[in-house]
Design a protein around this ligand. Structure first.
Ligand code: SAM
Ligand code: GLN
Length: 261
């Protein structure tokens, strides 16, 4: 018996079997209807996180909606990479998170690094609405700012950030139709990396030097087989040093981090 089943049968004062054979009489009609409705949607392929409206990331709870991307475990590696390079620096640090979605990357980093101020941007105003709710829930409204914009548009190229981080859409256009049904429930604008999937990564690499302070860091999540091209572009720009590629739990090169010269 799972812990959940044991505790539920304990609270309802019934046996384990009753949970399955007798649940109609144990659970109030209204809850049952809702539960059965959710089960139906789940079977149709809707992600669990859309049904509960929340998702776990780095041990923290984030609200999500149909308009936000669902945080993935591999993105925790991106966050860990940033934590690694910040390594004890405190206060007065500015971070830009491009395509923040529900705000998971920016807000987790703000939670873990006291004194970090984050600017979280997204092309989706509806995603930003959820990100703002998450900032409030995590008590970070004082250190988190939000901007509805297209990549760097609307920002001044003033070399003012210590860190720029992004998990942009990076799926190649030709691969979109092969995505599993669950992933197809997520916003297309969160996944579609256009062309070879490198449109946003290339644009960020090209423009980030104008927004990063000297010795600042650019940290990017990349898709399968993209790390080579991304590191090549970072090198050929001549603007970065100390590049590092980090693999995910599945052994795929997932994160590229580079230091502004
Ligand atoms: N940062 C979240 C995470 O890592 O879980 C969400 C990442 S999701 C893969 C990519 C995000 O980029 C989506 O929220 C999407 O709306 C946003 N996005 C797409 N095109 C954009 C653009 N042109 N400018 C800014 N954000 C964009
Ligand atoms: N990792 C996501 C997926 O599995 C894609 C994320 C992205 O495009 N940034 O679908």
């Amino acid at each position: 018996m799972k812990d959940e089943e044991l505790l539920l049968s304990h609270v309802l004062g019934c046996s384990f079997m009753d949970l399955y054979t007798d649940y109609r009489s144990l659970i109030p009609l209204k809850s049952r209807r809702r539960y059965e409705g959710l089960l139906f949607k789940r079977k149709r392929g809707e992600p669990l996180q859309h049904l509960t409206g929340s998702s776990e990331f780095m041990g923290l709870d984030f609200k999500v909606s149909r308009h936000t991307f669902i945080p993935r475990p591999e993105t925790e590696i991106l966050v860990q990479a940033v934590l690694g390079v910040i390594n004890g620096q405190k206060g007065g640090l500015y971070l830009l998170d491009i395509g923040t979605g529900c705000g998971n990357i920016a807000l987790t980093l703000a939670k873990f690094i006291p004194g970090l101020v984050v600017l979280a941007t997204d092309i989706s105003g509806l995603a930003l609405k959820t990100a703002r709710l998450n900032a409030k829930a995590h008590n970070l409204l004082g250190r988190a700012y939000f901007l509805n914009t297209d990549i760097f548009e609307g920002l001044f190229p003033r070399k003012s950030f210590e860190i720029i981080v992004s998990n942009p859409p990076y799926i190649a256009n030709s691969e979109l139709r092969y995505l599993p049904p669950e992933v197809k429930c997520e916003p297309l604008a969160a996944l579609d990396g256009k062309e070879e999937g490198l449109f946003f990564l290339n644009k960020i690499i090209k423009e980030a030097p104008e927004y990063l302070k000297k010795d600042g860091w650019l940290a990017l999540e990349v898709g399968w087989g993209q790390a080579g091209e991304v590191t090549k572009r970072l090198s050929s720009s001549g603007k970065f040093s100390s590049q590092r590629v980090i693999k995910d739990y599945g052994g795929i090169e997932r994160v590229v981090i580079a230091k502004r010269r």
